[in-house]
Write a protein that binds this ligand. Structure first.
Ligand SMILES: [Zn+2]
Ligand SMILES: [Zn+2]
Length: 267
């Protein structure tokens, strides 16, 4: 019995005797099965070869990734807060050293995840810190390891705590969520976006896709919805899903301009 982990997307599954037959996340048209076919690993196996990389991003914000890169290769973000730290997004690895280091940074009071590609080891993380992981109800079907530590939230906004707000943006996934951190970027506000709002090579532009792996775009109305969802919030900086995918300043105007450019290109 083990909670097998899909090597391509890094999603951990409910306990089974043998490796699962399918990974619905990878079989979905937004992802893909690796060249060598469907492959599985376990956390015990990963602990032999991987470790966490934890690095300060700005005052009270730390990135948490895995080395060597695992699955989709994202890094999570830890917001340090007097009201209790929030882990934004998740990764496919955790070990005692990681837990120790995160505890030194103040531990975790709640986990929130942008969309199913980054559910990763959410249950392991939630159990390790004895907290809930908040996922949007609209993506419930994509949770491969149901658990009492998973909390589904409904609606368009969830204020996790004062100054840390989950915003349902949709687009990439029905329940795709971004996180507004009021005190980020020296109190100018930061938006943590995963790949729901994607930081692209030509900064400060961003983009939006249904599938990044298979280059399937979103409709104009979906792009408009994403831009509208974040418009009421004050933010200057965006943190995307990977190390270095950051728009340091003037990110809010960039989101609106990028949405316009995208919609114009679709016309
Ligand atoms: Zn997968
Ligand atoms: Zn994704």
């Amino acid at each position: 019995m083990d909670n097998y982990i899909c090597i391509t997307c890094g999603t951990q599954f409910a306990q089974t005797d043998e490796t699962p037959k399918h990974c619905p996340i990878c079989e979905d048209e937004r992802q893909y099965i690796g060249n060598n076919g469907q492959q599985w690993t376990t956390l015990a196996e990963l602990k032999q070869s991987h470790h966490s990389r934890i690095e300060k991003q700005e005052n009270k914000l730390y990135g948490i990734g895995t080395q060597p890169s695992l699955g989709i290769g994202q890094r999570a973000l830890l917001i340090q807060s007097d009201q209790g730290n929030v882990l934004w997004d998740c990764i496919s690895f955790i070990d005692d050293q990681t837990i120790e280091k995160v505890n030194e940074l103040g531990g975790i009071a709640a986990i929130a995840i942008s969309h199913p590609h980054f559910y990763g080891l959410a249950v392991e993380w939630a159990k390790a810190f004895g907290v809930k992981a908040y996922l949007h109800e609209a993506d419930r079907q994509w949770l491969m390891r149901p658990d009492p530590n998973i909390e589904f939230w409904k609606g368009n906004i969830l204020e996790l705590q004062e100054g840390v707000t989950l915003i349902k943006a949709g687009g990439h996934f029905e329940g795709a969520t971004v996180c507004h951190w009021m005190l980020g970027a020296n109190r100018l506000g930061a938006l943590l976006t995963g790949d729901v709002i994607q930081v692209v090579a030509d900064k400060p532009w961003v983009s939006f896709m249904y599938s990044y792996a298979n280059l399937i775009p979103l409709s104009a109305s979906k792009v408009r919805s994403i831009a509208n969802a974040v418009e009421p919030y004050k933010f200057d900086r965006i943190y995307g899903a990977w190390w270095g995918s950051v728009i340091p300043s003037k990110a809010k105007v960039s989101v609106q301009n990028s949405a316009e450019r995208y919609i114009n290109a679709l016309r």
